[in-house]
Design a protein around this ligand. Sequence first.
Ligand SMILES: NC(=O)c1ccc[n+]([C@@H]2O[C@H](COP(=O)([O-])OP(=O)(O)OC[C@H]3O[C@@H](n4cnc5c(N)ncnc54)[C@H](O)[C@@H]3O)[C@@H](O)[C@H]2O)c1
Length: 278
Amino acid sequence: MSAAPKRFDLSGKTALVTGASQGIGRGIAIALAEHGADIAIVDRAAEQETEKVAAHIRTLGRKAWVYRQDIAQSEQLAAIADRVWTDAGKIDILVNNAGMAYLERFNLITIEHWRRIFAVNVEGVFFLTQRIAERMIAAGIKGRIINVSSKNGFVAEAGLAHYNATKGAIELLTRTLAIELGQHGITANTIAPGCIQTEIGHDFAFDSKGFEPYCQEHIPLGRLGTVEDCAGIVVFLASPAAAYINGQHIINDGGVLAEQMPRMQFMPPYKNTVAKKA
Ligand SMILES: NC(=O)c1ccc[n+]([C@@H]2O[C@H](COP(=O)([O-])OP(=O)(O)OC[C@H]3O[C@@H](n4cnc5c(N)ncnc54)[C@H](O)[C@@H]3O)[C@@H](O)[C@H]2O)c1
């Protein structure tokens, strides 16, 4: 029997993942490494924190590099991109994951918060991608750009006017990149998670009394998402299996956006009409 085609194999590839010291980014970095990629991490967290993720990646037999950088410092991003490229030799996969949120009423949003969230969630993504993509083109690399957006890039949620706007921006930014980079064989796509259990949940007030059961009740799959629910999609988008996917988004929200107005609680209880297996 011949060996199965390596549709999800990332051996020989190098990925740069932002915001991988914890949460979804950590899960993505480890999953990419498990599929064979070497990993560079750019994060503003203390180096010893991010180093723990790098150490884990090295136990998988992959190379790992760590860079401490605030993504919001967009004028520094070309230099950090150049450093990573020089150390790693190339970047095949760029995962723009680092992101943040504030939960506050529209009238209480300050100019500082508005600028900060756009600087991290949009400006940082754009200027890092600009440099990495130019280097990919110059090196003839048919790379992958994968941006972590959100279901909030498609539908709005109260208290998150600025966050929603940044994720909407990421969606159209990604599609624009898909067109401009597509002619160089580079794809650009997003993953758009729903409610995923991570530290950012504090920013979204996931820890408010009753919010978690409320979420679960309104998520058709009946649970919050996990980091693993996100990481596999990024592996797929980075892999040979996704070579012809460009300018798309994959929403992983447990089915939230499939529904226009929750009405399950008004339905009669579910009754099985087929006999149970003996
Ligand atoms: N958790 C969710 O429910 C959810 C849902 C949809 C989308 N997202 C998106 O997923 C991404 C990751 O979120 P998470 O839930 O893992 O959050 P998290 O807070 O657990 O992790 C965020 C990571 O990004 C890093 N980071 C934050 N600001 C940075 C900056 N200015 N410069 C460099 N690094 C920075 C942090 O140090 C951390 O490692 C974000 O873009 C977020 O908007 C999260």
